[in-house]
Design a protein around this ligand. Structure first.
Ligand code: UTP
Length: 408
């Protein structure tokens, strides 16, 4: 695109503040900003205009989970099926570590957080320990793909190198970088984070598979003859990865995907719950659910919509290829966005000041024909570190580490 066309385009889209800055720059600084501008997908940044629009009628139905009682009875059968698949090299894991952890206020990758008190214990380190349990059981390395973003890729790789991959065979670890999108203020104006750069942020965890493909990892997956991918979040320190019983139960169920879930503690708990929407497996957010639906009970007294997701999914790879070119819905999320003011001072707001645009991995579940919710015991498998204090924080995770006898 010619420079003049770019300026016109920015002005047409109401982004005079960026046009002016672009014109005032020269040399490599101008080139850098121009390159970002040329990649803007206006349908994304202008989607805030349709933010409140209704997405139509939803028919919500329950989705049967495999529950703890069943898992205890069939543990050997499920574990054997899972271990067979893992030993045959059919299962890989994807660690989603491209997020910015704004709630924790870290300026380095979340996985480098030291949760230790008496000794060092990094989030990444414990995750590697968790996957090593399966590696030791199966006697094979599980290929591990780690998604980072442009903001934290170098630091993440350096951290793994510095710690010698915490004993994981590094030839089974591949990093890939997710795509970035610009952020806007409440009026849709693009924020700038430096004189020569828009405020860019990772495009959400839903982009993981496309980003893997853009990074050229398709051949690697095919060469390794991977059939199943376990995708999981960086912040749940008790995360079981490539859990044989979960893998086995999903394979034996014949479903195209599986999702680890925990039993809700109360009808109004703020978690997304697994259900079926318009015939497809889906995750319905707590605020989308009526009180009546949220408190409906089964004959045995348990909640009908009683299982919350914990961002640990198993997807069949052939199905991922099949849906790869479909668009995921865009989520417009209020966040704290650092920006430069008119005096070029960097402002780091302490309250949300605009929108970021994200796609979410949970929306991929809806693209599957079926999904197996698999119940795990919350206190053994769910200790997310999202906030500085209180719920889902470093404090609460430390309590749960103690419960599980993990030294730190
Ligand atoms: P969260 O939704 O908790 O976001 O991510 P976050 O960026 O880590 O934290 P906040 O909201 O800014 O405080 C859930 C998981 O998805 C990953 C995160 O790294 C985490 O494992 N994620 C999130 C990505 O990999 N990329 C993204 O763009 C967003």
């Amino acid at each position: 695109m010619k420079f003049t066309e770019m300026i016109t385009e920015l002005n047409t889209h109401g982004q005079e503040q960026v046009a002016e800055r672009l014109q005032a720059l020269s040399g490599s600084q101008q080139e850098k900003l121009a390159s970002q501008v040329s990649k803007i997908d206006w349908s994304v940044v202008e989607s805030i205009a349709n933010k409140e629009s209704e997405t139509g009628e939803k028919s919500v139905e329950p989705l049967t989970a495999v529950e703890q009682k069943d898992i205890e009875t069939n543990k050997d059968k499920y574990s054997k099926a899972g271990l067979d698949a893992i030993k045959a090299g059919k299962v890989a894991a994807v660690l989603l570590a491209g997020g910015q952890g704004t709630r924790l206020g870290l300026d380095k990758p979340k996985g480098t957080l030291n949760v230790g008190v008496d000794k060092e214990l990094y989030l990444f380190e414990q995750l590697i320990k968790n996957i090593m349990d399966v590696v030791n059981q199966a006697g094979v390395w599980v290929p591990l793909y780690i998604m980072t973003s442009e903001k934290n890729n170098e630091d993440t790789i350096a951290f793994f190198e510095e710690h010698n991959y915490f004993g994981y065979d590094k030839s089974y670890v591949r990093f890939f970088v997710q795509n970035m999108v610009p952020s806007v203020d409440y009026d849709g104006k693009l924020y700038m984070e430096a004189e020569d750069s828009l405020s860019m942020s990772p495009n959400g965890n839903g982009g993981w598979f496309l980003s893997m493909l853009s990074a050229g990892l398709e051949q690697d997956l095919r060469d390794k003859k991977i059939e199943w991918i376990n995708v999981f979040a960086v912040d749940n320190i008790l995360q079981r990865i490539a859990d044989p019983a979960f893998v086995g139960a999903t394979i034996l169920s014949g479903c195209e995907c599986g999702s680890k879930v925990v039993r809700k503690v109360a009808p109004d708990e703020k978690v997304g719950v697994m259900c079926r929407v318009n015939g497809h497996p889906s995750i319905i957010e707590y605020y989308e659910m009526s009180d009546e639906l949220a408190s409906m009970r089964r004959e045995d007294g348990e909640l009908v919509y009683g299982f919350g997701v914990i961002l640990n999914y198993l997807f069949r790879l052939d199905k991922l290829f099949e849906i790869a070119d479909r668009n995921l819905p865009l989520h417009i999320v209020e966040k704290k966005i650092p920006y430069i003011n008119d005096n070029n001072e960097l402002i780091k707001p302490d309250a949300p000041n605009g929108y970021k645009f994200e796609t979410l991995v949970l929306d991929m579940v809806e693209m599957m024909d079926d999904c197996l919710p698999y119940e795990v015991v919350r206190e053994h498998e769910f200790a997310p570190i999202k906030n500085k204090t209180g719920q889902d924080s470093l404090e609460s995770a430390r309590e749960l580490l103690k419960v599980n006898g993990i030294e730190f």
